[in-house]
Structure formats: C-alpha cells, structure tokens
Design a protein around this ligand. Structure first.
Ligand code: NAD
Length: 358
C-alpha cells in the first residue's frame, strides 16, 4: 500500500496506523492540517473492502475537515479517523476504549467525535481513556447529537442559494411554494424537511427505508419519489442528504432543479463535476460549507461557545454561501472551487502551493 503517491494524499501532516490485538482494533488516524488548531473530526467505522480503501477514506475525509473548519471560522484544523470493520459485528466498549488510547497518544493534536458507525455512547467509552474527544452527552458536559444544527445550516444556506438565484418565494421573502426534493430522511434530512415544511416549501422525498418516506408523506404532506429518480424530480432545489458521490455523470444530466443544496458529504463524485454543474446552469451550494453546523456545534464543547453563539455561527452559513456563489460567478469557476480557494486563504495564508491564489 502506498501513501505519499496516493492521489488522495494532500501533504497530510501525520498518518497513524493504530492496532490493539486484544480488542481487534485496526484504525487509521489522518491529521491533515493543524495550522488553525487541533485537528477535530469524526471517527468512521465501516466494513471497508480493504485497507487501501480505508486509508483513502481517512485521507479524503481529514482534508475535508480542514476546509470545513477553516470556512466556518473555527479555531480548528482537520483530521479524521476510520476503524476497519462492521460496527454491528465487531464494535465493543473495549474496542472503543482502545481507540481512545490511540487518540490519547497523539497528545491533543487530534480530537475525535462521532461519524457514520459511531455514536454518542462510543464517545462516552473513548472519554474513559482520553480528554481529546467531543460529541459527548450532556451528562459529560457535551452537546449531544449535532444533526439539528447541521440541518439548520443547510436550511439557511439553501435559502441563500434561492435568494441568489432570484427565485425568492412569497411576498415576505419566505419559501412559500418552493419545490424541494430531499434525498435521504435520516437525522439531518428529517430536520431539514421539517424546517422547509414550516417555511411553506413543497416536498418530494425518498429514502431506501420506504417506511421513512411514508412517514414524511404523512407528517409533511410530502410526495414520495422513487429512490433512483429523486434527483430528476421537477423541483426548484435538489437536497442530497444521504450518501456521497450523488452528483455524477449519470445524475447531473438528468437534474431538473436549478439549485443543489444538501447535507451529504462529498456530493461530487469527482471534482470535475463542479464544472459540469456550472455548465448546466445549476447553482451548487458546496457540501462542506452547507453541512458545517454539526462541527460548529461539536466545536463549542471545546471552545465554550454558548447556544446563542453557536446559532449565530451556524446562521453565518447564509452569508458564506452568498459570497461563494458571487465569487464563482465573478471568476467563472465552479462554486466548489470558489469555496476551496476561500478556505485555503484561511488555513494556508502564505500559499503552501503556488497555484492557490485567487
Ligand atoms: P443518517 O444515516 O441518519 O441518514 C441517512 C439516510 O439516508 C438514511 O435514512 C438512509 O436510509 C438514507 N439513504 C441511504 N442511501 C440512500 C439512497 N440511495 N437514497 C435515499 N436515501 C438513502 O445520516 P445523517 O446524520 O442524516 O447524515 C446525512 C448526510 O449528511 C451524510 O452524508 C452525513 O455524512 C452528512 N453529515 C451529517 C452531519 C450530522 O450532523 N449528522 C454533519 C455533517 C454531514
């Protein structure tokens, strides 16, 4: 397995392979950048096909956290960890404690939190071994599940994209009658549906769990759409809130919505798809800008923000999206690239690489 020549290697500061024979822990911790502060990022537990896939996921996700925290104005760097294995089969409290010891050995350069396959309960186990953990329950001084804040950031960012497009709905500038297709009705998608419904939007929904879609039809008066066709619904906004890589060669030509704004991480299958969206006249609100509400909330555990300050910061996503969309138009570049450039100015102010200046 190669690391330094891997396409996903981006001058990461440190990559640690951690194992514990007694519990079966096999983990990779990737620290991308600590220029703005300790690298905070979730721990993903996934049944990867092989170690290479796990390492690439860690590298890519760690880099994404640097950009996300820089754009959100947080005093944090970027990092992420992955544990190899099916969380439903091999996860035990002892394994999570072994992960806690691996995190502790980094002395605070990396702060772990929840991600896919790990939970608030897992962070509670990790806390027994290290103080460098966030996403804890209220009883341990934490702020619990961050999904509501993630959804709130998506909502204000989506509204910014709608405003920018000139498609403001209703006389009060609300979202009355706006047609939104929401893909994925999990923690974030559900909260987002509620916020949109309360703002007067009309919803189309899909989830691989059919019962979840039926619940949204009953709760929000939504229309259920087939899982494989939600991106092609005749809507104003497509909101991907399921898994990554949903914007690709197959789905982009079929998009009817003029705006894409959702919470899923890594929505572009490849970076060239940012330009493909631009060429089709689709306004894409970059994923890691829109979904920063979660890390803003989790960071508050470490930095001591109040609830009011967290809300103010999350609501700031509205202005950030507006400035990214304007910059992309000014420079005729994809919105994803405009976001990257602004983030890079913040965590690499002296331009680690020559090509980054905007
Ligand atoms: P979740 O697991 O609670 O929900 C995901 C939902 O998507 C599930 O209901 C699942 O059944 C559904 N789904 C999976 N594949 C699908 C498909 N092909 N079509 C339709 N539905 C599908 O996850 P979540 O916490 O709601 O997060 C959603 C997305 O937002 C993820 O990409 C996550 O990485 C990202 N995100 C979440 C947070 C957070 O605070 N939870 C923060 C930042 C980013």
């Amino acid at each position: 397995m190669t690391v330094f020549s891997d396409p996903d290697f981006d001058d990461h500061e440190q990559i640690v392979f951690a194992s514990d024979a007694a519990t079966g822990l096999k983990a990779i911790i990737a620290i991308h950048d600590t220029g703005n502060g300790p690298a905070l990022g979730g721990c993903r537990m996934w049944d990867y096909a092989d170690e290479r896939e796990a390492a690439r996921d860690a590298l890519r996700l760690a880099r994404g956290m640097t950009y996300k925290s820089a754009l959100a104005g947080l005093p944090l760097g970027g990092g992420k960890s992955v544990i190899i294995g099916d969380s439903r089969k091999i996860k035990t409290p002892e394994l999570m404690r072994a992960m806690g010891r691996a995190v502790d050995r980094l002395g605070g350069r990396y702060i772990v939190a929840e991600d896919v396959g790990t939970s608030v309960e897992d962070m509670t186990e990790i806390r027994k071994e290290t103080e460098f953990v966030a996403g804890l329950p209220a009883a341990l001084g934490g702020r619990g599940d961050p999904s509501w804040h993630t959804a709130r950031g998506c909502f204000v960012g989506l509204r910014a994209a709608v405003e920018y497009s000139g498609r403001v709905q209703g006389s009060d500038g609300g979202l009355d009658g706006l047609r939104v297709a929401v893909q994925g009705l999990g923690n974030v998608g559900w909260h987002l549906c509620r916020m949109l419904h309360e703002a007067g939007a009309l919803l189309w929904v899909s989830d691989v769990r059919a019962e979840r879609a039926a619940e949204a039809v009953a709760t929000f008066g939504a229309t259920a759409a087939p899982v494989e066709a939600i991106h092609a619904v005749e809507a104003d906004v497509f909101a991907p809130c399921a898994l990554g890589a949903g914007l690709n060669d197959r789905t982009i030509p079929a998009l009817k919505a003029r705006i894409v704004a959702g919470s899923a991480n890594n929505q572009l299958a490849e970076s060239r798809h940012g330009m493909a969206l631009r060429q089709r006249g689709v306004i894409y609100a970059p994923d890691y800008v829109l979904n920063a509400g979660g890390v803003i909330n989790v960071a508050a555990e470490r930095t001591g923000y109040s609830e009011a300050e967290v809300t103010e910061k999350v609501d700031g996503i509205h202005g950030t999206i507006l400035s990214i969309l304007a910059r992309a138009d000014r420079l005729n570049i994809p919105t994803s690239e405009a976001a990257d450039r602004i983030a890079e100015e913040r965590f690499r102010p002296h331009g680690k690489r020559g090509a980054l200046a905007a």
